[in-house]
Ligand binder design. Sequence first.
Ligand SMILES: [Ca+2]
Length: 386
Amino acid sequence: MNNSQGQAYRSGRFGVLETHFGLQVMFDWNSEVKVRVPSSYTNATCGLCGNYNGDKKDDLLMPNGQKANNPTQFGNSYKVGDALGCSSECKDCAQTPPTPAPGEKPPPYVADCDVITDPKGPLGDCLGKVDYARFHGSCMFDIQLNKGLQKAACDAIAAYVEQCQDAGGQINTRRKKDFCALSCPKNSEYSTCAPGCPATCYSMSAPTGCKAACREGCQCMPGFLLSDEECVPIQECGCKHENRYYRSGQIFYTDGDCQLRCSCQSGIVACQVASCGPQEMCSVLDGVQRCHPKAYSTCSVSGHSHHLTFDKLSYDFQGACSYTLVTVSNSAALNLSWFSVFAEKEHVMVGKVSTTRSITVRVFGVSITLEKGFPWQIQVGNALTQ
Ligand SMILES: [Ca+2]
């Protein structure tokens, strides 16, 4: 995928793939997936995300056009392949966390949460500033629910650290290679106290008068600046045009009715005459004026396989194979770009529930994969990139 076809970027805890025709796929490398399509795809999709025709009652249609009797039959009808250990149903579907019997000792791994309550530990300064008991309680709950999975404790501790830093608390290095290690995106590095308002390509320095508390997290390495969400070498910063910042490669319009299409290339803005498509309108969205689809709809899969279709039907499907989340059913007739989004799911918690293991997007003849366990990495074809 080249710059004019779309882009991949990081947004908070999500990796985002976005194409020029408005498809947006987000994955948190863990369990949450969001697929957003523009309204031009109305009545032109099929898959676990439904047919996007505005009616949630007919979303459980199988590829043969028949209505499925239940979500399991529906889910299986979009199965595209078998993964290792793949099975279509859970043995004993239950969603509740384990509760220890009265008098039973908690398992030893709950000690991962003790960094929260340790007055001599790296978070000792937080004790008097934040309701530490509440955070310690949710940390213990989460790690038990996940049967000792360290990441559950790490997420709970990160939430505690965030509150603590907001309250003016100071933390010392607490992440180690074997405990809650954090991998930072390209050109950035971990800091216990990264600037709350970092320097960007637009400002070239931290905004003056910024009082935001510093944050544990990733910060751009020396010589790099934030260009939107990405750390880029200073010389690869985008363009400043009429007091606005545009990323290198970004397309935008500066007139009121999108008749002048501009792009930022190597710090230089070039413009040409243009107009919006029939399903689009010229408007300002997220601070940028350009041709936008008249509407969007988002389908999601979250947590333990809770599905929500484009038409807002919600259902649970615990299959653990590969499935088509969405593909274009009518691309030639409506002159739409073709794409497909596949999810590979796996069983967790002794097969009781399933969760998303990887997401693959096929578009413009390439296959792009985001896989759990490889945070901040994206596989394009056979090549792994950051
Ligand atoms: Ca529908």
